[in-house]
Every structure is written in C-alpha cells, then in structure tokens.
Design a protein around this ligand. Structure first.
Ligand code: ADE
Length: 309
C-alpha cells in the first residue's frame, strides 16, 4: 500500500471543512487505516485553468513539500498529492481544532495568556518558514488552524513566494512583474503591508507586519486596519491609522481579567506595525521583547505546549 500512488478511492470523503477561491477542503478517512484522518484539498482542474491559477497550485505544492522536510509542528503537512480527470488532490494534516478565526469569533477576544500562547507559536513558525527562504504573503487567522490540543498550524501557501539567500540576508525584494502587482494582489486587504501598497515590494518583514495585525486582533477582536471598503482599508494602513481601545471593558465590573490591555503588548505591536519595513522589528528582536520574558525559544517542548497542558 505504501508504495502505490494514492487515488481518491483510497479515502472516504466526509464533511466539507472549508473552501477557498479555487478549492474545497474535505475531511477524509484512509480506507486502509481507519484511524488516519486527513483534510483533502480538492482543486477543480477546469476551474484552475479557467481562472489561471495553475501557478498558485504549483507554488503551494512545492512550498509545502519544501517546508514539510523538517517536520516543524507549526506547518500543515502534505502527505500525498494525486489527480484524476477532474481534480487535483492534496492530502493534508487534519486540524481537529479548526480555524483560529472561528475560535476568536467564539470568544470574541483572547485574553493575554492565550494571545501569548498563539503569538509564540506563530513567531516560531514564521521564523522557520523564513529560514527556508519562503514568504507566506497571506498570513491571517483563517490561514491558521488548530490541532486537537490547541497547537497552531499555518496553512494555505498558495500566495507564497521564495527568496534567494542574498534577499534573506537583508536585501529586499521588488516584485514588479504584472502577476505580483498591487492591482492583482493575492493577499487579504486587512493584513497587507504598507510596502506592498506603496512600492509593490514584498519581504519577509511583510509577514511580520501581518503577524502584528494578528496580535492586535487577538486582543481587540478585529484587525487594526479596517475600512468600509478595500481602498479605505489601504488608506488606513499607509497612514498607520489604528488605535487601541484599552478601556473598552472598563464598565464590566464582573472581574473580566481582559479589562486593560497590557502596555507591554501595545509596545510590542507598536514596534511591529512600522510603515518602513527596514525599521520594523525583526523576528530575532521580537523574540527578545519583554512580553516573552521567561520563554526559552530553544525549548521546542515549551513553545509547542497545547492550550490545556
Ligand atoms: N480547513 C481547511 N484546511 C483544514 C485542515 N487541514 N484541517 C481542518 N480544517 C481545515
């Protein structure tokens, strides 16, 4: 069984888990080993060709293969790819905890402790992704999944790009070709970096910007820059037009521990949400922020604890 190429008939397809612009993800069980559950991403060939998405699907497969090599806990693993006349299939890790966005909607906001737990795992994973020369380019809570223990896994590398060693070592990247231009940008408005909007430039630091937007969203419940339409959102981003509402829980007298946002977190986010990507905090400096005091970044066991352990 191990050596034969898989096909869709090797799996029992269950409920839909989600869908993107050119794919639908289903829960699926391996018929030959009923204990093995996967999330199978099904991409319609006709749709991919019609919408000119071949490039994105290829990038996603190559990037997942590259990142899967070291078994990093924060990356959704790709186990098999196969195709038939109609579809392409990606058999991925099933993330039993669903999307981080759904958990955030359920709780509305995360408290400081939960926000820190997710931020630490995000930092460790984004650092790993960048160390392999990959920029995700579409980091947001919908693309972060949770396993059954509440450990996070980054998914959806369809917008990713790779950088050369020289670029990784500090040179920036200017994506000036048409497919990467801002007018056809593939990211999500609320998390897009100012350098992409202003200079059509994409660097590893653009992922750090998105990370800063997510930290804010964990504590406030919505991303820092959100206008009534995409253009207004973009205007807010390039003007760094965001505010914290530190006292919005002040009327809650029932002992809500999330009453005031810790100034240490506000300070960390301030160093991330910097317009000039050259001035923005780096991952290594981010790890040294006081909010993470006491974390041993070399202790993977410590970083990759579940929520309940
Ligand atoms: N939704 C999208 N991808 C998923 C995955 N890998 N596991 C669970 N739910 C998902």
């Amino acid at each position: 069984m191990k050596y034969r190429k898989r096909t869709a008939s090797d799996f029992v397809f269950k409920e839909e888990l989600g869908h993107g612009s050119y794919s639908t993800v289903y829960k699926a069980i391996d018929k030959h080993d009923l204990k093995r559950v996967y999330a199978i991403k099904v991409c319609s060939k006709a749709h991919i060709i019609r919408e000119a998405k071949v490039k994105y699907v290829t990038i996603e497969k190559n990037t997942l293969n590259l990142l899967a090599r070291e078994n990093h806990p924060g990356i959704v693993k790709l186990y098999y790819t196969f195709h038939d006349a109609d579809n392409l299939y990606f058999a991925l890790d099933f993330a039993a905890g669903g999307e981080l966005l759904s958990l955030l909607h359920k709780y509305r906001t995360f408290n400081e402790q939960l926000s820190r737990h997710f931020t630490i795992q995000l930092i460790d994973t984004v650092e790993y992704i960048h160390s392999k020369g990959v920029i995700h380019r579409d980091l947001k809570p919908e693309n972060v999944l949770l396993d059954k223990e509440g450990r996070l896994m980054i998914t959806d590398f369809g917008a990713a790009t790779t950088v050369t060693k020289a670029e990784l070592d500090g040179e920036s990247r200017n994506d000036l070709n048409a497919t990467n231009s801002t007018s056809s940008f593939v990211g999500t408005a609320e998390y897009v970096s100012p350098e992409l909007l202003l200079y059509n430039k994409c660097t590893t630091s653009s992922d750090i910007w998105a990370l800063g937007c997510m930290i804010y969203q964990f504590l406030e419940g919505c991303p820092p820059f959100r206008g009534s339409n995409e253009l207004k959102t973009f205007e807010k981003i390039v003007e760094l037009d965001y505010t914290w509402n530190p006292n919005k829980y002040a009327t809650n007298v029932n002992g809500n521990s999330n009453k005031n946002i810790n100034p240490m977190i506000i300070d960390t986010v301030r160093k991330v949400l910097v317009i000039d990507d050259n001035e923005r905090i780096t991952i290594s400096d981010l790890k040294r922020e006081p909010w993470f005091n006491g974390i041993d970044w070399n202790n993977k066991f410590d970083i990759w604890k579940g929520i309940f352990t």
